[in-house]
Design a protein around this ligand. Structure first.
Ligand code: FPP
Length: 246
Protein backbone atom coordinates (compact mmCIF):
# COMPACT_ATOMS: atom_id res chain seq x y z
CA UNK A 1 0.00 0.00 0.00
CA UNK A 2 1.45 3.44 -0.85
CA UNK A 3 2.29 5.71 2.12
CA UNK A 4 -0.42 8.24 2.94
CA UNK A 5 0.25 11.64 1.39
CA UNK A 6 -0.34 15.04 2.99
CA UNK A 7 -3.88 16.19 3.76
CA UNK A 8 -4.76 18.64 0.99
CA UNK A 9 -7.03 20.64 3.27
CA UNK A 10 -4.20 21.48 5.67
CA UNK A 11 -1.37 22.50 3.40
CA UNK A 12 0.87 25.46 4.17
CA UNK A 13 -0.05 28.62 2.27
CA UNK A 14 3.59 29.62 1.89
CA UNK A 15 6.62 27.31 1.78
CA UNK A 16 10.12 28.78 1.81
CA UNK A 17 13.16 26.66 0.94
CA UNK A 18 16.90 27.00 1.53
CA UNK A 19 18.22 24.84 -1.29
CA UNK A 20 21.52 23.69 0.21
CA UNK A 21 23.89 20.91 -0.77
CA UNK A 22 24.50 21.36 -4.50
CA UNK A 23 28.25 21.72 -4.05
CA UNK A 24 28.58 18.59 -1.92
CA UNK A 25 26.37 16.61 -4.30
CA UNK A 26 28.81 17.43 -7.11
CA UNK A 27 31.94 16.87 -5.03
CA UNK A 28 30.68 13.43 -3.97
CA UNK A 29 30.59 12.54 -7.67
CA UNK A 30 33.96 14.08 -8.53
CA UNK A 31 32.19 16.78 -10.57
CA UNK A 32 32.70 20.56 -10.58
CA UNK A 33 30.40 22.41 -8.16
CA UNK A 34 28.56 24.03 -11.07
CA UNK A 35 27.26 20.58 -12.03
CA UNK A 36 25.63 20.37 -8.60
CA UNK A 37 23.82 23.65 -9.25
CA UNK A 38 22.77 22.36 -12.67
CA UNK A 39 21.32 19.22 -11.08
CA UNK A 40 19.70 21.50 -8.49
CA UNK A 41 17.71 23.22 -11.23
CA UNK A 42 15.97 19.88 -11.91
CA UNK A 43 14.84 19.82 -8.28
CA UNK A 44 13.65 23.42 -8.64
CA UNK A 45 11.51 22.40 -11.63
CA UNK A 46 10.03 19.39 -9.80
CA UNK A 47 9.27 21.26 -6.57
CA UNK A 48 7.70 24.20 -8.43
CA UNK A 49 5.54 21.77 -10.39
CA UNK A 50 4.50 19.89 -7.25
CA UNK A 51 3.72 23.08 -5.31
CA UNK A 52 1.55 24.18 -8.23
CA UNK A 53 -0.28 20.83 -8.37
CA UNK A 54 -0.97 21.04 -4.63
CA UNK A 55 -2.37 24.59 -4.94
CA UNK A 56 0.18 25.96 -2.51
CA UNK A 57 -0.11 29.75 -2.75
CA UNK A 58 3.52 30.84 -2.45
CA UNK A 59 6.88 29.12 -2.87
CA UNK A 60 9.96 31.16 -1.99
CA UNK A 61 13.29 29.71 -3.09
CA UNK A 62 16.62 30.99 -1.78
CA UNK A 63 18.50 30.89 -5.08
CA UNK A 64 21.31 33.37 -4.34
CA UNK A 65 22.20 35.21 -1.14
CA UNK A 66 24.00 38.53 -0.79
CA UNK A 67 26.83 36.49 0.77
CA UNK A 68 27.00 34.25 -2.32
CA UNK A 69 28.62 37.16 -4.25
CA UNK A 70 31.80 36.20 -2.33
CA UNK A 71 32.01 32.82 -4.07
CA UNK A 72 34.60 32.29 -6.84
CA UNK A 73 33.68 34.35 -9.93
CA UNK A 74 33.35 31.18 -12.00
CA UNK A 75 30.71 29.74 -9.67
CA UNK A 76 28.77 33.03 -9.56
CA UNK A 77 28.87 33.09 -13.36
CA UNK A 78 27.65 29.49 -13.55
CA UNK A 79 24.73 30.33 -11.26
CA UNK A 80 23.80 33.38 -13.38
CA UNK A 81 23.96 31.22 -16.52
CA UNK A 82 21.59 28.70 -14.92
CA UNK A 83 19.23 31.44 -13.83
CA UNK A 84 19.22 32.89 -17.35
CA UNK A 85 18.49 29.46 -18.85
CA UNK A 86 15.79 28.78 -16.25
CA UNK A 87 13.98 32.06 -16.93
CA UNK A 88 14.24 31.59 -20.70
CA UNK A 89 13.10 27.97 -20.70
CA UNK A 90 10.35 28.19 -18.04
CA UNK A 91 8.39 31.28 -19.08
CA UNK A 92 6.07 29.38 -21.43
CA UNK A 93 5.41 26.74 -18.77
CA UNK A 94 4.78 29.44 -16.13
CA UNK A 95 2.19 31.00 -18.44
CA UNK A 96 0.60 27.61 -19.13
CA UNK A 97 0.42 26.67 -15.43
CA UNK A 98 -0.65 30.10 -14.17
CA UNK A 99 2.55 30.63 -12.16
CA UNK A 100 3.19 34.23 -11.10
CA UNK A 101 6.87 35.14 -10.74
CA UNK A 102 8.15 37.56 -8.10
CA UNK A 103 11.54 38.18 -6.62
CA UNK A 104 13.00 39.29 -3.34
CA UNK A 105 16.43 40.87 -3.19
CA UNK A 106 18.82 43.38 -4.71
CA UNK A 107 17.82 42.72 -8.30
CA UNK A 108 19.84 45.71 -9.55
CA UNK A 109 23.06 43.87 -8.60
CA UNK A 110 22.33 41.05 -11.08
CA UNK A 111 23.74 41.13 -14.63
CA UNK A 112 21.68 43.48 -16.82
CA UNK A 113 20.42 40.73 -19.14
CA UNK A 114 19.27 38.62 -16.18
CA UNK A 115 17.44 41.67 -14.81
CA UNK A 116 15.75 42.12 -18.20
CA UNK A 117 14.68 38.45 -18.28
CA UNK A 118 13.34 38.69 -14.74
CA UNK A 119 11.36 41.86 -15.46
CA UNK A 120 9.96 40.30 -18.62
CA UNK A 121 8.85 37.14 -16.79
CA UNK A 122 7.44 39.13 -13.86
CA UNK A 123 5.46 41.41 -16.20
CA UNK A 124 4.18 38.62 -18.41
CA UNK A 125 3.04 36.45 -15.48
CA UNK A 126 1.63 39.31 -13.37
CA UNK A 127 -2.00 38.49 -14.14
CA UNK A 128 -1.62 34.76 -13.39
CA UNK A 129 -3.55 33.40 -10.43
CA UNK A 130 -1.74 30.14 -9.67
CA UNK A 131 1.37 29.54 -7.58
CA UNK A 132 3.40 32.63 -6.72
CA UNK A 133 7.03 31.66 -7.30
CA UNK A 134 9.16 34.09 -5.32
CA UNK A 135 12.86 33.83 -6.17
CA UNK A 136 15.17 35.22 -3.49
CA UNK A 137 18.07 36.61 -5.51
CA UNK A 138 20.94 38.59 -4.04
CA UNK A 139 18.83 38.39 -0.90
CA UNK A 140 19.93 38.97 2.69
CA UNK A 141 17.44 39.22 5.55
CA UNK A 142 19.22 41.80 7.68
CA UNK A 143 19.78 43.98 4.62
CA UNK A 144 16.08 43.69 3.81
CA UNK A 145 15.15 44.88 7.33
CA UNK A 146 17.59 47.81 7.14
CA UNK A 147 16.17 48.76 3.74
CA UNK A 148 12.64 48.73 5.17
CA UNK A 149 13.77 50.93 8.09
CA UNK A 150 15.38 53.37 5.65
CA UNK A 151 12.22 53.56 3.55
CA UNK A 152 10.09 54.23 6.63
CA UNK A 153 12.59 56.82 7.94
CA UNK A 154 12.41 58.58 4.57
CA UNK A 155 8.60 58.69 4.79
CA UNK A 156 8.89 60.16 8.30
CA UNK A 157 11.31 62.78 7.00
CA UNK A 158 9.05 63.84 4.16
CA UNK A 159 6.10 64.05 6.54
CA UNK A 160 3.95 61.27 5.06
CA UNK A 161 4.39 59.04 8.15
CA UNK A 162 4.62 59.52 11.91
CA UNK A 163 7.00 57.24 13.90
CA UNK A 164 4.10 56.23 16.16
CA UNK A 165 2.24 54.93 13.11
CA UNK A 166 4.95 52.37 12.35
CA UNK A 167 3.31 49.03 13.12
CA UNK A 168 4.42 45.49 12.36
CA UNK A 169 2.04 45.49 9.38
CA UNK A 170 3.44 48.77 8.06
CA UNK A 171 6.98 47.47 8.52
CA UNK A 172 6.15 44.22 6.72
CA UNK A 173 4.74 46.30 3.87
CA UNK A 174 8.22 47.68 3.17
CA UNK A 175 9.82 44.24 2.89
CA UNK A 176 10.34 42.51 -0.45
CA UNK A 177 7.60 40.09 0.56
CA UNK A 178 4.96 42.83 1.00
CA UNK A 179 1.48 41.41 0.48
CA UNK A 180 2.54 37.76 0.80
CA UNK A 181 1.54 35.61 3.78
CA UNK A 182 4.45 34.68 6.05
CA UNK A 183 5.95 31.24 5.36
CA UNK A 184 4.12 28.56 7.33
CA UNK A 185 6.89 26.08 6.59
CA UNK A 186 10.58 26.65 6.03
CA UNK A 187 12.59 23.76 4.63
CA UNK A 188 16.38 23.59 4.58
CA UNK A 189 18.04 20.75 2.73
CA UNK A 190 21.67 19.68 2.97
CA UNK A 191 21.92 18.75 6.64
CA UNK A 192 22.69 22.12 8.26
CA UNK A 193 20.30 23.40 10.94
CA UNK A 194 20.53 27.16 10.52
CA UNK A 195 18.64 29.94 8.77
CA UNK A 196 21.54 31.78 7.11
CA UNK A 197 19.95 35.25 6.96
CA UNK A 198 16.86 33.92 5.13
CA UNK A 199 13.58 35.74 5.84
CA UNK A 200 14.36 36.51 9.52
CA UNK A 201 11.31 38.79 9.89
CA UNK A 202 8.88 36.57 8.01
CA UNK A 203 9.81 33.23 9.63
CA UNK A 204 9.16 34.23 13.27
CA UNK A 205 6.35 31.67 13.50
CA UNK A 206 7.31 29.30 10.68
CA UNK A 207 7.63 25.58 11.29
CA UNK A 208 11.18 24.50 10.47
CA UNK A 209 12.00 21.29 8.61
CA UNK A 210 15.68 20.39 8.31
CA UNK A 211 16.42 17.62 5.84
CA UNK A 212 19.73 15.80 5.46
CA UNK A 213 19.03 15.30 1.74
CA UNK A 214 21.24 17.33 -0.62
CA UNK A 215 19.16 19.68 -2.78
CA UNK A 216 19.65 17.85 -6.13
CA UNK A 217 18.20 14.73 -4.46
CA UNK A 218 15.29 16.61 -2.89
CA UNK A 219 12.38 15.73 -5.16
CA UNK A 220 8.62 15.27 -4.95
CA UNK A 221 8.66 12.38 -2.39
CA UNK A 222 10.96 14.33 -0.04
CA UNK A 223 8.80 17.45 -0.46
CA UNK A 224 5.64 15.48 0.35
CA UNK A 225 7.39 14.05 3.43
CA UNK A 226 8.24 17.59 4.60
CA UNK A 227 4.58 18.58 4.15
CA UNK A 228 3.48 15.55 6.18
CA UNK A 229 5.95 16.51 8.92
CA UNK A 230 4.46 20.04 8.89
CA UNK A 231 0.96 18.62 9.28
CA UNK A 232 2.05 16.77 12.40
CA UNK A 233 3.02 20.01 14.16
CA UNK A 234 0.72 21.94 16.46
CA UNK A 235 1.02 25.66 15.68
CA UNK A 236 0.22 27.62 18.81
CA UNK A 237 1.26 31.21 18.02
CA UNK A 238 1.82 31.87 21.73
CA UNK A 239 -1.42 30.22 22.91
CA UNK A 240 -1.66 27.06 25.03
CA UNK A 241 -2.18 23.66 23.43
CA UNK A 242 -5.68 23.47 24.99
CA UNK A 243 -6.66 26.86 23.52
CA UNK A 244 -5.54 25.79 20.07
CA UNK A 245 -7.36 22.45 20.32
CA UNK A 246 -10.63 24.15 21.45
C1 FPP B 1 23.52 26.12 -2.02
O1 FPP B 1 24.30 24.97 -2.25
C2 FPP B 1 22.85 26.52 -3.24
C3 FPP B 1 23.05 27.71 -3.87
C4 FPP B 1 23.98 28.72 -3.37
C5 FPP B 1 22.38 28.04 -5.12
C6 FPP B 1 21.03 27.43 -5.37
C7 FPP B 1 20.79 27.49 -6.81
C8 FPP B 1 20.13 26.57 -7.55
C9 FPP B 1 19.44 25.42 -6.98
C10 FPP B 1 20.10 26.67 -9.05
C11 FPP B 1 19.66 27.99 -9.62
C12 FPP B 1 18.31 28.38 -9.19
C13 FPP B 1 17.27 28.67 -9.99
C14 FPP B 1 16.00 29.17 -9.40
C15 FPP B 1 17.30 28.48 -11.44
P1 FPP B 1 25.85 25.02 -1.93
O2 FPP B 1 26.57 25.33 -3.18
O3 FPP B 1 26.13 25.98 -0.81
O4 FPP B 1 26.10 23.55 -1.48
P2 FPP B 1 27.20 23.03 -0.45
O5 FPP B 1 26.78 23.50 0.92
O6 FPP B 1 27.11 21.55 -0.60
O7 FPP B 1 28.53 23.59 -0.89
Amino acid sequence: MPAAGPDHSKLPRHVAIIMDGNGRWAEQRGLPRAMGHKAGVESVREIVETAGELNIEVLTLYAFSTENWRRPAMEVQALMTLLRAYLESQLTLMLEKGVRLRCSGQIDRLPKDVQALLHKAIDQTAANRGLILNLALSYGGRGEIVRAAQRLAQQCLNGSLKPDDITEERFGGELYTAGLPDPDLLIRTGGESRLSNFLPWQTSYSELHFSPILWPDFRKPQFLAALLDFQGRQRRFGKTGAQVAA
